[in-house]
Design a binder for this molecule. Structure first.
Ligand code: NAD
Length: 255
């Protein structure tokens, strides 16, 4: 006897927007959505990189339904323009480049304000733009890519440690407000995944060392992260909302 409808992700014909998707984790998510037959929109700031990412995704997945829109997610007007171009979407994957590293004494008010705009306001604005049409259709999935710092602080990343947990609080409240309209919202935090972000923060020898200290014995690959995001942001996820998931190879010891 069948107990359900299997693990069909139910992504064919679904319209997905992945922000900050010209490389790294965002691009890996966009690629997996394309593989699963979704109609994928990618957004980020650099036109050339974005176009290159679009062509790579089309080439590697054979899915030509990939659109690219330039958008700086720290700018309210550009987010409005992005949604004017995409129209209504079914699935929103929030992503944006991380804030600079540093300790308390190194940051002035302006740095705090920029991190607030970058990490928190970008999510508030994209959800504000995406939610009304999701409500109309009584279906929506929202996943925000954060960091393991949403659960456990990271040394030397004070801005991340402050604003990533704020996204968790926001998402929990939104999950309560939106569940009745069929909209599920979750946050997924990478531990250490091999992208330019990690190559910018650490030297190769440090990356090797980081991997050795992870229970699974290595740092993660972007596609390993994307699988978690794509499941939570799919029609196969029907009952998980308001949750935070860390994809970290077992690094975090907190329950
Ligand atoms: P990455 O540097 O490889 O890619 C970042 C992407 O964001 C690029 O496509 C870039 O163009 C885009 N972007 C940056 N600022 C933008 C803006 N203002 N508007 C639009 N697009 C913008 O980074 P990644 O490793 O893929 O990381 C993605 C997110 O995950 C970041 O917030 C990062 O801090 C966080 N994170 C990553 C790791 C990891 O191990 N890779 C760990 C913890 C947290």
């Amino acid at each position: 006897m069948m107990i359900g409808d299997g693990m069909d992700l139910q992504l064919k014909g679904k319209k997905v927007l992945v922000t900050a998707a010209s490389k790294g984790l965002g691009m890996a998510c966009a690629q997996l959505y394309a593989e699963e037959g979704a109609q994928v929109w990618i957004a980020s700031r650099n036109k050339q990189q974005l176009e290159q990412a679009k062509q790579t995704i089309i080439h590697q997945t054979g899915n030509a339904q990939v659109e690219a829109v330039m958008c700086d997610l720290t700018k309210e007007e550009e987010i409005k323009q992005l949604f004017a171009e995409t129209g209504s979407i079914d699935i929103l994957i929030n992503n944006i480049g991380g804030p600079p590293a540093g300790a308390f004494d190194e940051f002035a008010d302006q740095d705090w304000q920029q991190a607030f705009e970058r990490l928190l306001m970008s999510v508030i604005r994209t959800v504000r733009a995406a939610a009304p049409s999701m409500k109309d259709r009584q279906f929506g999935r929202i996943v925000t890519i954060t960091s393991s710092s949403m659960k456990q602080s990271l040394d030397g990343l004070l801005l991340s440690n402050t604003f990533r947990p704020a996204i968790v609080g926001l998402s929990k409240s939104l999950s309560q407000e939106l569940a009745g309209d069929g909209i599920l919202i979750n946050s997924v935090g990478p531990g250490t995944m091999e992208t330019d972000r990690i190559r910018d923060l650490y030297q190769p020898a440090q990356i090797q060392q980081l991997g050795e200290n992870i229970p699974i014995g290595r740092i993660g690959q972007p596609d390993e992260f994307a699988k978690a995001v794509v499941f939570l942001g799919s029609g196969a996820n029907t009952y998980i909302t308001g949750q935070t998931l860390v994809v970290d190879g077992g690094s975090m010891k907190a329950l």
